[in-house]
Structures are given as C-alpha cells and as structure tokens.
Write a protein that binds this ligand. Structure first.
Ligand code: FES
Ligand code: MG
Length: 595
C-alpha cells in the first residue's frame, strides 16, 4: 500500500503511537492493534505515522437534525484520507432538541461526559466534531476543550427554508404562532400539524435563528470551524464540499499541533458575544458559552454579555426577530459577512486565532454582505442595542433579557410612566413548572390581565432536570383573542431560541436551589427596570426574610422526583444557569491528555 501523504510528518510524536506502535510494550501494542485490523485496516497504515482522526458522530435516526452527518461523514473521511490521516468514526450520545423527554437539556452534559471519555481513552490524534442541533454544539466543544486534542467543528447546516401558502415558515418559531392561532380558533389540530411540518422541508437543523443557528454561527465566530461554513444549508453541495475540506484541515491541524486551547481564548469568546448580538442569537447562548469557557478555563463572567454585547446592533434579519431563514442567511454572506461588518466598527478582536491557522480578521476581512435586506449594515441595523441585559435584584442573583425582541406594542402596554419607556411593574401570576402552567393558563379566575407578569419557576437545572425551555408562556386565550400576543414572562428555566417572547430568563439561583423566586406569591407586585437592570418583588426586606423562614421550615421548594438514574446524578452535581449549568466536578479537568 502506498503512502498518499503529501504533507510533512508531524512535528511531534502522535498520541496514537502509544496504542499502535510502541515497541517497548509489545503486549499492549499487539492487543490494541489486532482488533483495529479486523475490519481491513492494515498494520502498515496504523504504524506509518498517519494521524488517527476521530469523527465524533452526533447524527442518528434518533437525531434527525444531525442525521445528515451520516452522509457528510463520507466526505470528511475522503478529506482525512487525502491529507494522509485515518478516519475513525464513533457515536456521540444522541441529543434531539425536539424529541427528548423530559428535555434535551439533560443531555448536553451527558454527551459531554461520554465524548470526553472517548477522546481521552482511544487512540485519537485529532477530532472532527459534527455539530448541529442545539446542544450538540456545546457538548462537543466542551469535550474538546477539556481533552484539548486538535479539534474542528463541522456544522450539518440548517434545513431549507420552510414555506406555507407563499410565506416563509421557520422551524420552532412557527409553533409559537400556530399555538396562538389554535388558541384563537383559527386552525384545528390537523391544520396545526400541517403548518408546523411545513417548516421542516429537508435534512438539517432549525432554519430560524434559534439555538442551533446561533451555536453553529458562534462556533465559527469562536474560530472552531472553517470560515463561511456555518450557514451553508444542509442539502447544498457546498455543505458536502466543506465537509471534505474540514477532513483535509484537521489532519493539517494535528501536524501543526493547533489545539482548542490555542483558539478558545478570551478574545474569541468576546468575539462570539458580539456576533451573538448582531445575529440576534438565542438566550441559550450565554449558558452554553459560559459552560464552554469554564471547561476551557477562560474567565468569561455573565456580566461580559452586557458589557461586550448589549450595545451591538441586530444586523441579521432572521426569524424570530426578523423575516428571513437559513437559506437567505447563507446567500447573504453568513457569518463572515457579519464579522466583516462588525470589524469595520472595531468590534472584533481581529487577532483571535482560528482553525485555519489564520486570524479571524484575515479570514473575514474581505467578506461582503450580498443581500442587504437579510444582513443589514451597521449604519442601518434592524435594531440597536440587540444584546442582553443582565438583571439582578431581590428576585434572583442574575437573569438575562434579550432586548431585541421587545415590541413597541409591548412597551406601551406595560408603560407605567410615560417618561420612562424602560421600566414597568405589575402583579405576578406564578406557575410551578410547565404542567401547572398548561393546566391553569386559561383559567379566568387567575385574573391575568394585559399588565400581568407571568412567572415560571421549578424549571431550572435541578427543579426540572436539565432546565426546561418553558419560560416563554403564551397569554391566556381570552387575551390573545383581544389581540394581546405576549405578556412579560420571567422564570428560572430557559426559553427556546426560536421564541420571540419578551422574557427574563435563566434566573439563578432557581427555586429548587432556594432562590428568592421560590418566595414569590401570586398577587405580589414586581418591578422591572431595564435602566438599572433590577428586578424586584415590591415587598419589604422583613417580609422577604419572614417568607424565607417559613419556606425553609417547610423543607424548601418541592420538585418532582427523578425519573432516570442520570436525572438524579446530574441534579446532585449540576450548577446554575448563570454559571453554565455544568457538571461542577468536571470543571477542574482541563487539557487532560498527557502530551
Ligand atoms: Fe434541532 Fe432545532 S430542534 S436544531
Ligand atoms: Mg431549544
């Protein structure tokens, strides 16, 4: 067999040699080697200094968003082989955002753990991370940061645009519209399903600016995937082409010893925060990037989201904040066009290194906005101040709000003082978990009005293991029929990135961890001040202390029992949303490969 490698041999001994070519330990070498020969690899291949490249496969029949990676992996393999490496594909614990009960929020950390074990324990010199559906991206990047072998992310790409009766229907986002239409009696069950299914016309992940498009865009902004690759729709030829190029590149990265720790710097995270504002990224992004930063041992506190990101304008006109979908984003120029526009304002740390071996500045400087209605210029943005406000107060230590989804109608309705558009107060109606909300939201005796603040608690990482995406509650149907499309929602859970709900979410600490949100009662007045970033229950400190005493005497916040072993194990060690909801004991493991 001929050696097709055209690139020079690696600058340092390959990690995989310890398994496959270690004359000092013939017993183990023989043992490791023989089983990898049994499907046709030759001894010469495995002992010829060819990097062994893992393809961490997140696609499967259980994970339709990422399933197309099963096809793309063939092109990745061809790239790896052509560059002189050997591909070894292996499964990652499946995560399907829309398919997993009770929530896929449970699975990010489990996939992370499993992937750390695979990357650490097997003879891999580098890895291609097949990212896509919401939490597959952070799970893979977090594991790569912990292990710190050369790693490159390959997005599966968004679905084609959805269409229904001549209008774009965006995945996820259409659900929030359809449930209002059904509550208003405009469509029935069949009409509901038909409308929702129209938004998912092909392989790929959500075509909206939900958590998936957000996280794939941020993986690119962080420098962890090839420039321009995030936005390519899954079925397009360019998607398979970039899969091949990703395979080529990871072999070079092993030879260059270019690792996640070289790329995932503070500058890279700040770039990602800025890009997140400009694309109208998901409220799940702070959770996942915080988790990634912690596993990368880079200090990126939640407050950086406000200081770095709040005043960045929204440039990308994608649903839910805008009108367009994934194919449009790609044709408009994708992430490089956004980065290039931000660079002109000096908002990007241009020297941050990327998987290309070049800086993000060099990668994106010449990129252009091709469709100016889809990606706006900095001077004529969709909205100004599109980032997150980080709230604090007597309700919680921290929570975030995405300003870019607040409508003028909403501001007017909640306005208590015409001189101050950014502060409002109203009576709270409190729900304990999503089931409670579903049972009672249409109960007229709750007295919900258009100035009510809806609260959801018991939905954090411990209370609803994994933290449910349930904070975006719809108004009761009697208000929807009157034209009220959204109420202020506040909660200790998460919210789908495809939702445009004006919510204050990710409140930490959650009720189940004893946060003050557990002390709130229906009927309490709550004041939200976007000027100062305060969210307070309007009761005295004495009253609050009294409630806490009663709460603790009663044994704290009651939440449902664990249904699976993993729910119980994760609940015991998971942190809060403000610190990434990571498995806390895992954080100390960093760069664990003994190189
Ligand atoms: Fe998988 Fe939206 S459900 S990307
Ligand atoms: Mg989601």
């Amino acid at each position: 067999m001929t050696d097709t490698s055209k690139t020079p041999p690696p600058s340092k001994t390959l990690r995989s040699r310890a398994w496959f070519d270690n004359p000092e330990n013939p017993d183990m070498t023989a043992l490791y080697l023989e089983r990898y020969l049994n499907y046709g690899l030759t001894r010469k291949e495995l002992q010829s200094d060819k990097p062994i490249i893992g393809i961490a496969q997140t696609g499967s029949d259980l994970s339709p968003c990422n399933r197309h990676h099963l096809v793309l992996a063939e092109r990745v393999r061809e790239g790896i082989r052509e560059a002189g490496g050997i591909a070894m594909e292996f499964p990652v614990h499946p995560i399907q955002e829309t398919g997993k009960r009770p929530t896929a929020g449970l699975d990010r950390n489990l996939a992370y753990l499993g992937l750390v074990e695979s990357l650490y324990g097997y003879p891999l010199d580098g890895v291609v991370l097949t990212i896509g559906c919401d939490k597959t991206t952070p799970a893979c990047l977090m594991a790569a940061a912990t292990v710190d072998i050369p790693a490159i992310a390959l997005s599966v790409g968004p679905m084609l645009n959805g269409w229904h009766r001549g209008e774009r229907t965006g995945s996820g986002t259409i659900i929030w519209k359809a449930r209002q239409m059904m509550a208003a009696g405009e469509i029935d069950y069949d009409g509901f399903i038909e409308l929702v299914a129209s938004s998912a016309p092909s392989v790929g992940y959500c075509n909206t600016m939900g958590t998936a498009t957000t996280m794939n865009s941020l993986a690119e902004a962080l420098g962890m995937s090839l420039p321009g690759s995030a936005a390519i729709p899954a079925p397009y030829r360019e998607r398979a082409q970039v899969a091949y190029e990703t395979g080529l590149r990871i072999v070079e990265m092993v030879r260059e010893d270019l690792k996640p720790s070289d790329i995932l710097t503070k500058e890279a995270f700040h770039n990602a925060i800025v890009v997140n504002s400009a694309i109208g990224g998901s409220t799940n992004a702070p959770i996942h990037l915080t988790a990634l930063a912690r596993h990368a041992h880079v200090d990126v506190p939640l407050k950086d989201w406000q200081t770095e990101g709040l005043h960045v304008p929204l440039l990308v006109n994608l649903q839910p904040a805008g009108a367009y979908l994934g194919e449009d984003y790609f044709h408009a120029g994708g992430v490089p066009a956004v980065v290039s526009e931000l660079m002109k304002q000096g908002l990007i740390r241009e020297n941050a290194l990327t998987v290309t071996g070049k800086s993000i500045g060099d990668n994106c400087r010449d990129a252009e906005i091709v469709l100016p209605d889809v990606i706006k210029t900095f001077d004529a943005p969709m909205k100004t101040d599109a980032g997150f406000v980080v709230f604090t107060g007597n309700l919680f230590n921290s929570a975030i709000m995405k300003l870019s989804v607040i409508s003028p109608e909403f501001r007017e309705r909640y306005l208590s003082n015409p001189d101050d558009l950014n502060a409002f107060e109203g009576p709270a109606v409190v729900f304990d978990g999503p089931e409670d909300y579903h049972h009672r939201i249409d109960d007229e005796s709750l007295g919900i009005t258009e100035q009510t603040l809806l609260f959801m608690r018991g939905a954090g990482p411990i209370g609803y293991p994994g933290a449910a995406e349930v904070v975006n509650m719809r108004p009761p149907s009697y208000l929807i029929k009157k034209g009220v499309s959204a109420l202020a929602c506040i909660g200790d859970g998460r919210q789908s990135g495809t939702s445009g709900s004006p919510s204050i979410l990710n409140a930490s600490p959650e009720a189940a961890a004893g946060g003050n949100i557990a002390l709130l009662k229906t009927g309490d007045r709550v004041r939200i001040d976007m000027n100062t970033g305060r969210a307070d229950i309007l009761i005295s400190d004495e009253e609050l202390a009294e409630r806490r005493k009663t709460f603790e005497a009663a044994g704290g916040y009651k939440y449902p029992a664990s249904q699976t072993p993993w729910q119980e194990m994760q609940r015991a060690v998971v942190g809060q949303l403000e610190t990434g909801a990571v498995l806390e004991p895992a954080v100390k493991y960093h760069r664990i490969v003994d190189r």
